[in-house]
Design a protein around this ligand. Sequence first.
Ligand code: FAD
Length: 481
Amino acid sequence: MAPTLVWLRQDLRLDDNPALKAAQQRKQPVIPVYILDPDSEGDWAPASASRYWLHQSLRALDEQLQTCGSRLILRQGDSLAELQQLAKQTGAEAVYWNRRYEPAVVKRDATIKQQLLDQDIDAQSFNGALLHEPPQTKNKQGKPFRVFTPFWKHCRSLGEPEPPVAGVRKLAAPDKWPDAVTLEKLALEPAIDWAGGIAASWEFGAKAAEKALDDFLAEGLNGYPTQRDFPGKQGVSVLSPRLHFGELSPRQIWQRVREFDAGQGRVSETTAAEKFLRQLGWREFGHHLLYHFPHTTDKPLNETYADFPWRKNAKALRAWQRGRTGYPIVDAGMRQLWHTGYMHNRVRMVVASFLVKDLLIHWRDGACWFWDTLVDADLANNTLGWQWAAGCGADAAPYFRIFNPVLQSQRFDADGAYIRRWVPELAELNNKAIHEPWQADSSILKAANVKLGDNYPQPIVDHKQARQDALAALKTITGKR
Ligand code: FAD
């Protein structure tokens, strides 16, 4: 019996996995495959923190597949060559996968599909990652949306997303499994163990993802609208790495949230559920933009910004990366990122604004650092977030919106709980001084054991002056601003 290869990528789950389900329904043996092929992903192959997560998630998926009488075949190398070789070795007549939307991957996958079809292999792809795919989301003029609100209104007008497809619990195994490399051979985990903080912060794989969703529904969803902006509180779902690696699909989340909301007898458009689902809409918007404007991973969507006078400042970039800017909220965010591979959304906006507007360092430098350090590094969302912060993307912050890191800190971390957690050298400061220690009396600093310029840095820029510089820099490209 000719088996079906299921090429798994960012869909590391058995539930709502359309490619896996379709393979199962062919009633032939199924061979689940993961191919590590960073060369075909250009500049945006999974980087350090993502590779660590990927290792754990692949292990978890293999364990789950084994409970279905199957296993995960790991390979390394050129995706097309590996698939062709696998098809030859196993006699597979079909290769199924779920679609991805990153520019280099879209191109690669189109070539692979054509080549396989040319060899009479039934190559089929499915939607397992989005609520509505890019071709469905164009405006009345047939053009891609560039502003979120009409985009989301359009998506909502398409009706409820398709429900998740049924999970896979049993898979027919081939008579003989093809060659595979071991997970260790993929060398996804770092040679030097810097990932202890990530290991301690997360549980990995689809089962852990479902538990994280259960916990959020039980404890977080109702408070989401009022708590989501406060990094010191448990106000957000923290599902982003699960979504990126496809341990959970957006359709699964959508359905669970809807059921939960209906169970509480609330289905109006203003409920916490609707607010949360709207955030999935931002994820959709990011994918939509990346698909339609593939150049935006490197270049601004708003071309006016192509000549923006960015500064090269390796020292300041390093201080930002290491959480040593002297602005406590920025440093707390950058240290949370370094330690756990995650940063709260409000703080992502603050640190991104600080890099591009206070330090005038190119947003791509920020995007690259996030790419390396985030466990949820996602080309669509990261590009959207950075272009938004720099003011050069779709639906971007207006040019005059330059986040004041002290005001943001006072507003969203008023009691300093978040700063105290991630910048322990400031933990003893009172709620006023903790947001701007350089303004505090020396006696207050002394009592809290803070020695500015010694155990905590002086601010590396003066925000007021930096704001003027940013506005002046913007004037050079817009003329009139
Ligand atoms: P929740 O608030 O619980 O939201 C649920 C889900 O909705 C998230 O998991 C995410 O998939 C989606 N979502 C929420 N907010 C956004 C948003 N603003 N844009 C797109 N999708 C969103 N998100 C990533 O997943 N990967 C990235 O690489 C990434 N880089 C970012 C870079 C910058 C500069 C900024 C400002 C934002 C970035 N984001 C990124 C978006 C956002 O910060 C994260 O999705 C969010 O913090 C994840 O936490 P959560 O799962 O608790 O979010």
